[in-house]
Design a protein around this ligand. Structure first.
Ligand code: RB5
Length: 142
């Protein structure tokens, strides 16, 4: 189950992400926001982050205008590794190396075509399970 969250700046791109997930038959829970009316991105970052650390969802996708504020807010929650990605290589690498559990994107930074390729790479790439990466991730949690 994928947890989704965005602010007003991320909402237009989130609609594209939802259409992609629907087309692929990928289950998700949408924690909002649900329009372009101005809201505060930390609210949605925390909803998605807690859905993951509480075990309700496996991964999350967060979108704001830049992807920066919403990823900073999510990373304040213990156990969250939110990766802001603007390219496919980073989305794949952050799954393999960091076992990132949230993908963050900036709707005012990248277009929908690239964003959906990033989503695909993030959701389809497994963690490497390499000992060195497990060790480094455990150091982040210390
Ligand atoms: C909202 O205008 C904008 O600040 C927000 O979407 C995001 O870019 C913050 O980091």
């Amino acid at each position: 189950m994928i947890a989704l969250g965005c602010d007003h700046g991320g909402y237009p791109l989130m609609k594209e992400v939802i259409a992609y997930l629907d087309a692929q038959g990928i289950p998700y829970e949408n924690f909002g926001t649900y329009s372009e009316e101005s809201v505060d991105y930390p609210v949605y970052a925390k909803k998605v982050a807690h859905a993951i650390v509480d075990g309700k969802c496996d991964k999350g996708i967060l979108i704001c205008g830049t992807g920066i504020g919403i990823s900073i807010a999510a990373n304040k929650v213990k156990g969250i590794r939110a990766a802001l990605c603007g390219d496919v290589f980073s989305a794949k690498a952050t799954r393999e190396h960091n076992d990132a559990n949230i993908l963050a994107m900036g709707a005012r930074v990248i277009g929908p075509g690239l964003a959906l390729e990033i989503v695909k790479a993030f959701l389809e790439t497994p963690f490497s399970n390499d000992e060195r990466h497990i060790r480094r991730i455990s150091q982040i949690e210390d």
